[in-house]
Design a protein around this ligand. Structure first.
Ligand code: DAH
Length: 342
């Protein structure tokens, strides 16, 4: 190929360069060992000494020029200092990092609770979140006429009731799982039921949609010290050393005796604040399973006894050391500025 053709082709090729890789290919094509210039130099071997000298000089000058041009362009591309060079050569732009998400704090809390109870032999189970009134109340020793039902602020489903089981409800607590679990007929029981619940109530301390975790142990010889030991073990592992629990006698229809379990407030550590008012926050209820509940689950209360407890996941998490959440509704607002802190 004649030198002028090589040069004009080089100019055309140059316009198409958009990356360092393409530039490297050009270097091979024009000034490498088997390049067009190398070929041109080979061809002049046949010429006379004078012609060889003259043309050889021209070819070497052209080679030099091509090399310089390529080096210049290379510096422009790899330096990527100017905006245009960066745009030409996308590889030099730092990549965009996709935002890495993480589990929602409620899911994190559930995982942690499950892990704490696992070594004690409690297995996580789930029971219906839309269930018959029977399992949410009657089977738990709360007949339809009992005023205690009002405490549960229940959402009823607009559907035909069942003759035996009554209406359908969005379960207002996970205690509905107790009799479901007993009716599976496998004893002893050590269950940790975690499910979504709903109640017609919402304020700084309550959500309409929330999670509860329900512990139930049924076996021969279960007594109140097993309940106390289990609650203490949980409190120590979940809340840390600075926190205390207390049991307050209470009346749940499905346990006898019954307690409300309180923990000293994580925000003020017992002094009293906007969130807790008196220094203590109620975590949930607990007690020894009522004989009528065991009977509803086809278990003989003369042979077996059990304890149960039910806590709200969100509230329990909020009471954890270092979690300064002063309004439970933050948990469901889906504001990333809040969620990314956990
Ligand atoms: N289900 C009760 C509630 O939501 C909490 C509760 C109390 C659960 C006593 C229990 C229990 O298992 O034994 O208010």
């Amino acid at each position: 190929m004649e030198l002028k053709d090589i040069l004009s082709q080089f100019k055309d090729d140059l316009k198409k360069i958009d990356s360092l890789d393409a530039l490297e290919l050009m270097r091979f094509k024009y000034v490498g060992k088997k390049s067009l210039i190398a070929e041109a130099l080979e061809e002049i071997a046949k010429l006379s000494i004078e012609e060889k000298k003259a043309l050889g000089k021209k070819i070497n000058e052209a080679k030099q020029e091509i090399k310089e041009k390529i080096n210049e362009l290379q510096a422009g591309l790899s330096g990527a200092k100017s905006e245009s060079a960066q745009d030409l050569f996308y590889k030099t732009l730092p990549g965009k990092k996709p935002a890495a998400g993480h589990l929602h704090i409620i899911s994190q809390a559930i995982e942690e609770i499950v892990d704490i109870f696992k070594p004690l032999g409690f297995t996580r189970v789930r029971h219906p979140e839309i269930d018959w009134e029977h399992f949410a109340f009657e089977a738990l020793n709360i007949p339809s006429t009992h005023p205690a039902r009002d405490e549960w602020e229940t959402f009823f489903i607009d559907a035909l009731p069942d003759k035996k089981y009554g209406r359908q409800v969005i379960t207002p607590h996970t205690s509905n799982g107790q009799v479901h679990e007993m009716l599976r007929g496998q004893l002893p029981i050590r269950m940790l039921g975690i499910s979504r619940c709903g109640r017609r109530q919402e304020d700084i301390n309550h959500l309409q949609t929330f999670f509860q975790f329900e512990g139930l142990a049924v076996d021969k010889g279960i007594n109140i010290t097993h309940l106390k030991g289990t609650l203490d073990y949980f409190a120590k592992n979940f809340f840390g050393p600075g926190r205390e629990t207390r049991l307050r006698p209470y009346d749940f229809r499905f346990t006898e005796p019954s307690f409300e379990v309180d923990i000293n407030c994580g925000l003020c550590l017992g002094k009293g604040c906007k969130f807790c008012k008196e220094g203590w926050v109620e975590l949930g209820g607990a007690g020894m399973v009522h004989p009528n509940v065991l009977r509803a689950g086809k278990i003989d209360p003369n042979i077996y006894t059990g304890f149960a407890f039910g806590f709200g996941v969100e509230r329990t998490y909020m009471m954890k050391s270092g979690t300064k959440i002063d309004d439970i509704r933050h948990l469901l607002n889906n504001d990333l500025r809040f969620l990314e802190q956990f």
